[in-house]
Design a protein around this ligand. Structure first.
Ligand SMILES: Cc1ncc(COP(=O)(O)O)c(C=O)c1O
Ligand SMILES: N[C@@H](CCCC[NH3+])C(=O)O
Length: 478
């Protein structure tokens, strides 16, 4: 996570335009009266109608981003003669409406649990347009996926391959469509990308053979976990091997890792073909497309990145003498992240002397680490603005904090806010649409905020606010 210097943004952009380096959704604009509108709805009305804190999701912004990714990748891969599927990674945020929106925009849905799968199915997304991920899927999750006829199950271990095949054998029916998740040694995103043979983490099956390297090993001697898993899938008639999957990381702003991963995956595909005669039809390079969280931080451009990835997949395929496979990606954050903001009400304001002569204004809001764990978990940086009115007061160094009993309960580490920020002000934090509500908790038994969609001047609750009654209902002694 980068930490750019905070900049004032008293003037939000004009609604409907994507401004590079702008963390707000395209439907955010300040009205003449100084209050901000989102999707044409005044934030004061949103607060009055739905309360705070509330996640606000700009439907048109989300739909536009989904459509843009779909178009950019379809066009880029058409140039190299291949078809593309874009799967929206539901882990970033999934509700029935969002699953419907992305599906209407031509995306499929990637799920990573029985819960996400249930929401996608309830939305009416056909099983064939759904993928199921997970490094430790339960038999129940696998059974639900088979019942729904999901388009692909991305397997992550030898144990899972045998378990899934046994499950299919016990039920009868068509072979399960399977992709094998591999690790290429490329790790990109929050950290600098490194190219090592092994990854010391739980996901995927490594490309590294025990003797030699993936590049030098003779085809027949490749005993890498990835090759072993591909052979294990081919050995089971209950499974149909669709392809190879690789996900290199998240919030990637330097795209060079995708080309390295593409090269490794295409080489593995060719090695498998030489060894078995089976050239798998599909390759997926996962998600991870980075967005702007702070003013001045520039998101990956979908058109540029799609062209670069298509070119590297085509080059890598040519290098190993194969066709260009059907290709897919799984963006989550890039679709829903910028479309969301969190609306809070300021409760207390406290100047704290932090260093000689330096004062930081601690601005406490009515939520915190339970509605956005990312600052505490990853040191993630966000941007905030007073949105219920336009203040011309000089800006001061502020830290936005929550109401939890943790000093690490920080919402925005550093931001310049108007010096007259006060109790009752509405404050919005930008780009919280991804991994905000989906990673929310009930810490301190706070109730999780609603997700409110805005479009064309109207708002609608997608996920209602939790109540204390909800919490008490879970307690069997209450
Ligand atoms: C397999 C897989 N696909 C897709 C994603 C979505 O990533 P992002 O939201 O960064 O696009 C993730 C999360 O990092 C993932 O693990
Ligand atoms: N949850 C993470 C990203 C990981 C996504 C899942 N592989 C985030 O908030 O940035």
């Amino acid at each position: 996570m980068t930490g750019a210097a905070p900049q004032p943004s008293a003037h939000l952009h004009d609604a409907g335009t994507v401004v590079p380096g702008e963390p707000w959704s395209t439907g955010v604009a300040r009205g003449d009266d100084g209050a901000v509108r989102v999707g044409g709805v005044d934030v004061r009305d949103l607060a009055a109608q739905h309360g705070t804190p509330a996640y606000v999701l700009d439907e048109q912004d989300l739909r536009t981003r989904a459509r843009t990714y779909r178009r950019a990748f379809a066009e880029a891969f058409a140039q190299v003669g291949a078809d593309v599927d874009v799967y929206y990674a539901g882990k970033a945020f999934l509700s029935v409406a969002v699953a419907r929106w992305v599906h209407e925009e031509g995306l499929r849905v990637d799920t990573a649990s029985g819960g996400e799968l249930a929401v996608a199915l309830r939305a009416g997304v056909p099983g064939a347009d759904i993928g199921l991920h997970g490094n430790n899927k339960s038999d129940d999750e696998l059974t639900t996926a088979l019942d729904a006829g999901v388009g692909r199950i991305i397997v992550d271990s030898l144990v899972e391959i045998e378990r899934l095949a046994d499950l299919v054998a016990s039920r009868g029916g068509a072979p399960a469509p399977v992709m094998v998740r591999v690790t290429t040694g490329v790790h990109a995103g929050g950290h600098e990308y490194i190219s090592t043979a092994h990854e010391d983490q739980k996901f995927g099956l490594s490309l590294a053979p025990t003797r030699g390297t993936a590049d030098t090993v003779a085809d027949a001697d490749d005993d890498s976990p990835a090759m072993t898993a591909l052979l294990a899938v081919l050995a089971r008639p209950e499974l149909r091997l669709l392809g190879i999957h690789s996900h290199i990381g998240s919030q990637i702003l330097d795209p060079s890792g995708f080309a390295v991963a593409a090269k490794s995956v295409l080489a593995l595909r060719a090695r498998l073909a030489r060894r078995t005669g089976v050239l798998v039809a599909e390759v997926d390079l996962g998600g991870g497309y980075g967005i702007a969280y702070l003013p001045g931080e520039v998101a990956l451009d979908p058109d540029r990145i799609a062209k670069e990835i298509a070119a590297s997949v085509a080059d890598s395929a040519a290098e190993v003498g194969t066709d260009v496979p059907r290709f897919s990606i799984e963006p989550g954050r890039a679709i829903v992240g910028p479309a969301g903001l969190t609306l809070y009400t300021v409760g207390t304001v406290k100047p704290v002397r932090v260093d000689e002569g330096l004062t930081r204004l601690y601005v406490s809001v009515d939520g915190g680490m339970s509605d956005n764990i990312r600052p505490a978990l990853y040191g993630a940086r966000y941007h905030a603005e007073v949105v219920g009115r336009l203040s011309t007061a000089d800006r001061v160094l502020a830290r936005v904090v929550g109401k939890h009993c943790e000093s690490g309960d920080i919402v925005v580490h550093e931001v310049l806010l108007p010096g007259d920020v006060r109790a009752g002000d509405l404050l919005a934090v930008a780009a919280t649409g991804a991994y905000g509500r989906s990673m929310a908790s009930n810490y301190n038994l706070l109730t999780r905020p609603p997700v409110v969609a805005v479009a064309d001047g109207a708002s609608r609750v997608l996920v209602r606010r939790e109540t204390v009654a909800d919490l008490l209902a879970l307690d069997t002694d209450a």
